[in-house]
Design a binder for this molecule. Structure first.
Ligand code: NI
Length: 192
């Protein structure tokens, strides 16, 4: 069982200053390297293994790739001053239909790196004043500044990286889970 919180149940509070946008971009820039580090060297069996019918580690990576088009469309929403951010497909049909498990992992990783580069290039070309522009998020209903939305994307990256880590280290997950659920002072019968 996963210990990663359910994404659609997450609540977000954005209280940081708009000036942190370069730091948020640094997080986004690091995701391709972290994803590659997490997956390279894993056996094919581990990469495509589905637990409880959920996405495999490779499908999680493919899902990150699938969402880049939405993140880019939302950056364009900020430029255009849209009334609401572009809507996500909450059922994630794109990932279910892509059959990422049948593709070479290297192809997914290379495409994600390229797509993330494209996203950061678009963000890097914006006038800095745009990072403070706020537009309502269609599901969360709260206005998000561009800097908030980029933070939201970084959190979404982390969410799937955390799931991937669990999937490729099933032994470590169950160990830490078991440790956490042991009573703090187990009863030991006295030798006396
Ligand atoms: Ni997701």
């Amino acid at each position: 069982m996963s210990q990663v919180p359910v994404w659609f149940e997450r609540k977000f509070a954005f209280s940081f200053p708009v000036e942190v946008w370069p730091n948020v971009c640094a997080r986004l820039r690091g995701t391709p390297a972290r994803l590659e580090e997490a997956l390279r060297g894993c056996s094919q069996e581990i990469l495509i293994r589905k637990v409880e019918g959920k996405w495999s580690a490779q499908e999680q990576a493919g899902h990150l790739l699938d969402l880049e088009a939405l993140w880019l469309a939302r950056v364009e929403d900020y430029v255009a001053g849209s009334e609401q951010l572009s809507v996500a497909d909450l059922r994630n049909r794109k990932t279910d239909e892509a059959n990422h498990n049948a593709r070479p992992l290297d192809e997914i990783l290379a495409e994600f790196r390229t797509a993330r580069g494209r996203l950061l290039k678009a963000v890097g070309e914006l006038n800095a004043s745009l990072f403070g522009r706020a537009i309502p998020h269609p599901r969360l209903k709260t206005p998000m500044r561009l800097v908030d939305h980029l933070h939201f994307v970084a959190e979404h990256d982390d969410h799937h990286l955390a799931r991937i880590w669990e999937l490729v280290h099933p032994d470590k997950v169950s160990d830490s889970f078991n440790r956490e659920h042991q009573p703090p002072h187990p009863y030991k019968p006295s030798a006396a």
